[in-house]
Design a protein around this ligand. Structure first.
Ligand code: BG6
Length: 484
């Protein structure tokens, strides 16, 4: 089987993503005996150092990410055996010779581009020019895939010139999260959920991705991007697609992508006329998280643009103009330096047509799909208050499925672990298709152009809070409120 002969070639191996996510994920897989013994990792970076020096530089971080329970000297030695460090200036083709010598035609090379997208084209050309590519080669692209629709198309065309679409794995790490996959199981393996998943039963949907982290150390990159491009165009859009898509014919990548792209195509354009009512932008100022003082976005040490109006928070009211979702608002919000780290999808059902319980107001059921923290699914429902005295009272109770507790496993694997395994197995179902990413940019471009033309300002919010008050109004105007 091909799985047994993989060379994983990591461009940008000394970078932040590799240190915090990629290498720890690979080591966790190694710990769980999920990597074939002959899988090799070629770690590529500019610095002229030896493999031993590179690994020595990674050891402490990996130890911390793996945790005491999993770390052992034996595992570390085994992991080190897999890794070869190769020093390459990515823009200099003459330096690819060292890499091409390491790659063997009988093995499958998986090139992982953990680099800025501006390097994708050069790397592809140099890999091709130095004879590193074969028909079996695969490539993994980290987001962002472009910074607008035109640029995204360019990236796709460039990479598509060298790799077949079946060999291109566009990562959105949210798709590797356990609960996101569970959403598919919840929707398509349960009749009672599936039967009530449309505008006749559902009042509205909320998707919240709130982060406590700020932009510290990333200002120059982030200031060019902002939260809409950094989070909404990709992660929230993928969650939206999985909530809203029709059941795919099968669980194959082709069928799943077909359904997801239809959702993006059906998203109503937010234009000059609607942007002010449908979008709120925010930017964090100085604030507090527990007892820690947090610096405002414009006062960060590396902030060099005092007039920046880049958003660190965005809330959007979106509509999907199709048969299933007509009239159901999807409220999306995401921000940095919020009071709590929460990722959740909340489905609020319509209230009953008639309430026969005089003691209780007619209130809706809610289905809360928690991605983090405490991955799980919670169904909020009403039940009878225990007791025999008085009228029959109702109380709100939760059916709570906590994945960690229910599965009996020691930890929920990180998204990158799952995604690495899928690339190795050649399964693209949890990766983003070309059309999806391009359509998503198209919708975001239109929205951004509307906010630019209407000069939609960023509203300040104190770091460590829920975001700007205007976001409460966005949903409050419709007689609804954010789920807290
Ligand atoms: C990345 C964004 O894609 O996702 C970061 O570029 C963000 O800005 C991160 O912090 C959030 O990922 P997670 O898994 O911690 O929610």
């Amino acid at each position: 089987m091909k799985d047994n002969h993989i060379d994983l070639v990591l461009f940008g191996a000394a970078g932040d993503l590799s240190r915090r996510k990629l290498l720890p994920a690979l080591m966790h897989l190694d710990y769980s005996e999920l990597l074939s013994p002959d899988l090799r990792i070629l770690a590529l970076s500019r610095e002229d150092i030896s493999t031993d020096q590179f690994m020595a530089g990674q050891e402490q971080t990996l130890k911390a990410y793996l945790g005491e329970q999993r770390w052992s000297e034996g595992l570390w030695q085994r992991f080190c055996q897999r890794v070869d460090y190769v020093s390459v200036q990515f823009t200099d083709i003459s330096q690819y010779a060292a890499l091409s010598q390491q790659l063997k035609p009988e093995r499958v090379a998986v090139f992982y581009f953990a680099t800025p997208p501006s390097l994708f084209q050069t790397i592809c050309e140099n890999l091709n020019g130095s004879g590193c590519l074969s028909e079996q080669s695969r490539v993994v692209l980290e987001k962002p895939i472009g910074r607008n629709h035109a640029n995204c198309k360019e990236v796709n065309e460039t990479v598509g010139h060298f790799f077949d679409e079946n060999g291109i794995y566009r990562i959105d790490h949210y798709l590797g999260k356990e609960t996101v996959q569970n959403l598919l199981a919840l929707r398509f393996a349960n009749r009672f959920i599936n039967a009530q998943w449309d505008n006749t039963c559902i009042d509205h949907v909320q998707i919240t991705v709130a982060e406590t982290v700020g932009i510290d150390g990333r200002f120059s990159y982030y200031d060019q991007v902002g939260q809409l491009r950094d989070m909404l165009q990709n992660h929230l859009m993928q969650l939206l697609c999985l909530v809203a898509m029709e059941p795919p014919n099968t669980m194959t990548a082709h069928d799943i992508r077909d359904e997801k792209v239809k959702v993006v195509r059906a998203l109503r354009v937010i234009d000059d006329a609607t942007v002010a009512d449908h979008v709120v932008r925010g930017q964090y100022t100085q604030g507090w998280y527990r007892a820690e003082e947090l610096t405002g976005y414009l006062d960060l040490e590396d902030a060099d643009n005092p007039d920046s109006d880049t958003e660190t928070f965005v809330a959007v009211k979106a509509f999907i103009d199709n048969w299933r979702w007509a009239g159901v608002p999807f409220y999306l919000r995401t921000g940095k330096r919020m009071g709590e780290k929460v990722t959740e999808i909340v489905i609020t059902y319509k209230t009953l047509a008639h309430n026969i319980f005089a003691s209780h107001e007619n209130s809706p059921n809610r289905l809360v799909i928690r991605l983090q923290p405490n991955e799980g699914i919670e169904m909020q429902m009403l039940s009878k208050q225990h007791g025999i005295e008085g009228d029959m009272g109702l109380i709100r109770q939760n059916l709570d499925l906590n994945f960690l507790a229910a599965s009996g496993i020691e930890r929920i694997p990180d998204a990158y672990e799952r995604l690495f395994l899928d690339v190795i197995r050649g399964d693209q179902s949890l990766f983003v298709g070309r059309e999806e990413v391009e359509q998503s940019w198209l919708w975001c471009d239109q929205l951004i152009s509307a906010w630019e033309s209407r000069r939609l300002k960023v509203n300040p919010y104190s770091a460590g809070t829920k975001g700007p008050a205007q976001a409460e109004l966005l949903i409050g105007r419709d007689g609804r409120s954010w789920h807290e």
